[in-house]
Design a protein around this ligand. Sequence first.
Ligand code: NAD
Ligand code: ZN
Length: 307
Amino acid sequence: MNLSELTKNLPYNRYCIITDKNLYKFYGKELKGFDVIIQISGEKQKSLANIEKTAEKLTELGLDRGSCLIAFGGGVIGDFTGFLASIYMRGIPYIQVPTTLLAMIDSSIGGKTGVNLKTGKNLIGTFYNPTKRIVEPALLKTLPVKELKNGIAECIKHACIKSESLFEFLEKNHKKILAKDPDILNKLIIQSSSIKEKITELDYLEKDTRMLLNYGHTIGHAIEQASNYKLSHGEAISIGMHQVNLLSKSPATKIVEKLLKLYGLPTETNLDKKKIENLMQTDKKKTGNKLRFITLEKIGSAKISTL
Ligand SMILES: NC(=O)c1ccc[n+]([C@@H]2O[C@H](COP(=O)([O-])OP(=O)(O)OC[C@H]3O[C@@H](n4cnc5c(N)ncnc54)[C@H](O)[C@@H]3O)[C@@H](O)[C@H]2O)c1
Ligand SMILES: [Zn+2]
């Protein structure tokens, strides 16, 4: 990836790349020629204290309203950088260069940015689209398979709610996807990201259609929390998708379970049921509404239900 070439004709006076330690270790050489701010990797980075600290670094580096940030990383770097760009000097442009499968097909699309509070994840944030997304599937070569699977779980979600053909593609190519075959990954990224793009274009502010993207997430989030984040997001929503299928007696239950298992994703948990239910109720209080689930009528067709 040649970022100097890719940014050559853009109208900004200077750039600052925000990335993390892991990525800098692999790609530091390719980021030469730019100012770079290196964050710790992981969710802890998404804090307001870190936003303040990083914004101060930007002023020290001389970034002004004519400058541009570049998020070079996974969803954590993307959410953090997008939020910073949306408030630094009342908003400056930013470019997303997603480096995880999840970021390529999900978090870098749709304009949600944000950081965490001690009281919950993503509770402070904005809707703020990047001016450009640069997707380079070759960056996935260095991504650990555990992280790849987080992205695969979201691809399965996209297929379940919107695309039977993507579902079949995921069935047919599971070995090649897990082996990171470049052509197949490329096709997967194109198909899966176009689903998120279409849904978020239709309903940017999440009033209705965008909620379909929460398939598996109401139960999944509660499971993720109940496990004290020992389960990854992909594992938790995989269990969430299967469990909501069971709960709603979806005709697609068996076929989805089979696909999740092909990727070695879990569908059950031994975690305390009561604890999970209580955590879902807290979620309900946050929205002030009845607990809503996304349910599957068949592969490619989902709806909002109160079960
Ligand atoms: N804005 C949205 O719409 C949206 C949607 C989904 C998720 N998210 C957010 O995304 C975050 C999760 O993102 P994620 O799953 O990409 O995790 P992540 O950003 O934490 O990245 C996972 C790990 O992989 C490493 N890594 C990233 N790219 C790599 C590469 N190419 N090679 C080697 N290592 C690499 C990172 O350093 C990190 O340790 C969460 O904070 C979540 O809230 C946001
Ligand atoms: Zn998710």
